[in-house]
Design a protein around this ligand. Sequence first.
Ligand code: FEO
Ligand code: CA
Ligand code: CA
Ligand code: CA
Length: 612
Amino acid sequence: MNDTEDTSNTSNNRTFENVLAAHLSRRQILIGGLAGAALTFVGPSMARAERGVVATSRTGAFVGARKKARIAFTSIPLQASAMPTIAPEYEYSVLIPWREKLDGSGDAFPYAGFTSAQQAESIGIGHDGMWFFGSNKEGLMCINHEYGTFPHLNGKKVPASLEDVLLSQHAHGMSVVKIAKKGQKWKVVNSPQNRRIHANTPVKFSGPAANSDLLKNAAGNPTLGTINNCANGYTPWGTYLTCEENFNGYFGSTVSTWSPNSIQTRYGITAAGFGYEWHKWDPRFDLANPAYANEANRFGWVVEVDPTKPKAAPVKRTALGRIKHEGACVAVGQGNRAVVYMGDDERFDYIYKFVSTGDWKKMVAAGKSPLDEGTLYVARFNEDGTGDWLELSPKNSALSSWKLEDILVYTRLAADAVGATKMDRPEWITLGANGELYCTLTNNSQRGTAGRAGTNTANPQVGNAWGHIIRWKDTDKHIGESFSWSIFALSTEVTDAGGQMYGSPDGIWADPDGRIFVQTDGDQPGKNNDQMLVATAVGKEFKRLFTGVKGCEVTGVTVTPDRKTMFVNLQHPGDGNPANSNFPEAFTGATGPVPRDCTIVITRKNGGVIGS
Ligand code: FEO
Ligand code: CA
Ligand code: CA
Ligand code: CA
């Protein structure tokens, strides 16, 4: 979603209203200290944790990658075109567009007369986060379907029947689809693993809040579905994590006197919703229907899916909290603990991490999920470049009167209570080559405006129109309760001969060589198209590898094990309007085909590693 979200965080925690001067001097230090050199984080225990991977400086401070990664391709200009462009050393092809059948035939259901039943057995819309589990030749692609609105879905302005709502519901969720390289092209192949998971698929809850009364509806209401599946994660035990972001927008009220309570307001729930109008046809999404009083609490979770088990229900992991989950970046921490870093994408919301109680291998061997038992934290970014992970449990004195299960269902309110740092819309988080985390903060037009939180050193720009990327490193190899952080890049500082290179950073992925792939969603300089850039972690050189089409977002990134094939997504090309783009078909204008969300397969013409 672009910068049009509700702003629901009106809590009074630390806002650092008066630190602009401090921030300016600190920014100079950060830029001076990082430009063209190694990134430096303090904390001697980090050096221990990263032994063998990194060097230790004279003072014992952690020093990240020293070598600048190779990005030798030709950076291309910004574009406002109806078709994508790619660097001349690269080429692309199209895979799994919306409505393609899962049966490997390569056929798609036609747009005219497309039914909800057909949607349930074909690729959904709103391609977003994804992960490829496979070899250089074949494997299972898990792909999220975040977003799909009318009239893009079937030409109607709003749903006019339950069938229209079912079409929209089945377009959301995710797909598991087997793909294979046939000759030079990747194609869908028929497989028992191919499946659709959507808004009406049976799901399960697990973890400390699974039996909470806050997740119960009137007797007999089954737990169904996943929606607004934005970014993703994957685990060392081979599962996929799909993350529920703007779930609030699918709910609405059929009763004009209904209004949200303060907790619902904190989650952005309103009587009108975002205009999907599901609630007018499906009582499950009607906030005024007492039989479904807690239905909205059943969304906003990280959902685990085993792509190899097509009959297994997706599992909502309550230990990871309920927020507008952007993504879930899993790291293996000290003692083989599973650590999950997560952003809550709303203006002035927070960054979280979860640490499993034990070694993930031992937990899995004992039949436990490492995502069911552990500690949830929220980040506080201190002015001096340090940070603290604040525990979200009754052990924290600020939450001593809360039950853990309530903290996990009303996580935003718990985070407000402990004094987390309000961020500029945390989107994706990725794990860098030397254990540092990168998080895109896409933008925040309300930062520092009247009545809103002011700047702080981690979010230093008033009315942050273009966004920035922050990075940090935790103590004790991801499991410690403190970290060191710096700003990787303010979008306004990243320029080439054409001026500012990008805005609204969103998708981000770090490769093991020190390359950072940055994808955009929203305003770009000169009103140009969204894009994907490649940066170096050391030196912070940026090049533009790919530009999307008018109206689209570029999101989702995964590679084959040899990193010679990369998959990215074009979401809502042309904003669904053929006057803007007919992609993946060649552009013929408003009378051409409705554009289709799809995956883009990127290769280097010389067979090299993507980004090189
Ligand atoms: Fe679904 Fe925050 O992007
Ligand atoms: Ca976004
Ligand atoms: Ca989006
Ligand atoms: Ca996003």
